[in-house]
Design a protein around this ligand. Structure first.
Ligand code: ATP
Ligand code: MG
Length: 436
């Protein structure tokens, strides 16, 4: 149990207030998971909380939330409240301090609406959340249509919690999600992105993707995925079926992926529908250039969802390079070393593994790369240059300009191939090169 949260609850109780653990922490403890953070709900008003805990942050006081800080951690202390009317489907206009029961009922899902007495450990359940926790059911509190209309972010949260808890969504809630999917348009890309990222990095991400497709939610923020459904592939390479099936299996094969890897797997074949063609001569489907088209699409999509530039760049690069893995065994050593030296390579080799395992299952390129990794592990893939631009300008009288770069690159290629190993050899090589 969280020491700071317990201390805060005790202090509030000593001052004559009610203080409960609330929301996710109660849910996670009952599920036997370690809670991310402990939130406290209390009868004390924000002003009273601040007076008791001088070391607190009142940025959320307007909504009844005070952040109390301890050694390196903090706890959200929120006054029991009812949300005022939601005018824009995003945030309540105002809040009104109220009772524990009303506070439970303003929350989104029954499993998130539980309180726990920190001292007796009793669960205080105004919303039948315990029953749903036992039955592994995700259900909106109250009338689901109204609750999604109030705040459309709950649509994404519903899928997120269904996936992170592995619960089934109750049929009334599910129907309301489908009927309200269009409301997601009111939510900012940043908030959709944050929920989407949590879904994609959770262990049940493939189911999460299915739920986003079936509910109609993905059509609101990533409609390109729908084009993958029914996009046929050559059966000799892809016995698993269409591009969507391939993508969802590939996603399911990732273990604890960083976000960039999950996104690159999701988007690696996003360019296939746009490049689909029938090769009359070979009597087969082709997707010429789908990697480059896909990289461009990935960039546009991730930009639209306001992912950080570094994420966009890396994912787009991984998508653009994913077909090069088919040629690694034919690459010259220098080219292979440069390919493997990319910062994203450790993620890309995982992308390649799940790309293969979700289709034909051929692992020869994957195994080859792992052997090469071992073979090359004794020195840096890109070792220190044997000569530099100044050497060329001073000792070879080459004017500064594009030729310098070309020569240095040629020297590096020879070095990577293992044909040059010191400065003297490099000089001799440049002399030869210049005499040609
Ligand atoms: P996590 O483990 O991801 O933090 P959580 O349940 O703690 O899950 P939070 O987003 O931290 O989720 O919110 C804390 C609690 O506040 C929720 O359990 C829920 O009771 C309530 N809540 C949060 N967002 C909403 C919302 N959009 N509508 C209604 N209630 C909400
Ligand atoms: Mg939380």
């Amino acid at each position: 149990m969280n020491k700071l949260a317990l201390h805060i609850a005790q202090t509030l109780k000593d001052a004559g207030f009610v203080a409960y653990f609330a929301g996710g922490a109660v849910r996670d403890q009952i599920l036997g998971k370690k809670p991310k953070d402990f939130d406290i709900a209390t009868s004390a008003t924000p002003k009273e909380v601040q007076a008791i805990f001088p070391n607190s942050d009142a940025v959320g006081a307007h909504f009844g939330v005070i952040i109390v800080k301890g050694e390196g951690e903090m706890v959200e202390v929120a006054t029991f409240r009812t949300d005022g009317s939601y005018v824009d489907g995003r945030r309540p206009e105002s809040v009104c301090f109220s009772s524990p029961e009303e506070d439970a009922k303003r929350r989104d899902f029954t499993i998130n609406g539980l309180f726990q007495d920190p001292f007796s450990n009793d669960i205080i359940d105004f919303v039948d959340g315990l029953k749903d926790l036992k039955a592994k059911t995700l259900r909106a509190i109250g009338n689901p249509l109204e609750r999604f209309e109030e705040d459309a972010l709950r649509l994404m949260r519903a899928i997120r919690f269904a996936v992170t808890t592995d619960f089934q969504i109750h049929e009334d809630t599910w129907r309301a999600i489908k009927d309200s999917a269009h409301l997601l348009k009111k939510i900012s890309p940043e908030r959709i992105r944050d929920e989407f990222s949590k879904i994609l990095t959770s262990p049940s991400r493939a189911r999460g993707l299915d739920l986003l497709v079936e509910s109609g939610l993905i059509a609101q923020f990533l409609p390109e995925i729908l084009e993958l459904c029914g996009c046929e592939q050559p059966p000799q390479w892809h016995p698993e079926g269409d591009v969507y099936t391939h993508t969802r299996i590939a996603l399911s094969l990732l273990q604890d992926p960083p976000l960039e890897l999950a996104l690159s797997v999701l988007l690696h074949d996003i360019g296939k529908p746009a490049t689909y063609s029938w090769d009359e001569e070979d009597q087969r489907i082709r997707f010429n250039g789908h990697d480059k088209v896909g990289a461009k699409m990935a960039q546009e999509i991730l930009n639209r969802l306001r992912y950080p530039n570094q994420v966009i760049e890396n994912v787009s690069l991984m998508v653009s390079r994913h077909m090069q893995f088919m040629n690694v065994q034919q690459m010259r050593t220098a080219k292979l070393k440069r390919f493997m030296a990319a910062e994203t390579f450790p993620l890309e080799i995982e992308l390649h593994r799940v790309d293969c395992d979700s289709s034909n299952g051929f692992r020869d390129n994957y195994d080859f790369l792992n052997e090469k990794k071992e073979e090359f592990s004794h020195q840096p893939l890109i070792p220190k240059p044997l000569i530099n631009g100044n050497d060329l300008i001073q000792d070879f009288m080459i004017p500064s300009g594009p030729d310098i770069g070309k020569i240095l690159n040629a020297v590096q290629t020879e070095q990577l191939e293992g044909r040059l190993s010191d400065k003297e050899q490099a000089y001799r090589y440049v002399e030869e090169l210049l005499s040609k």
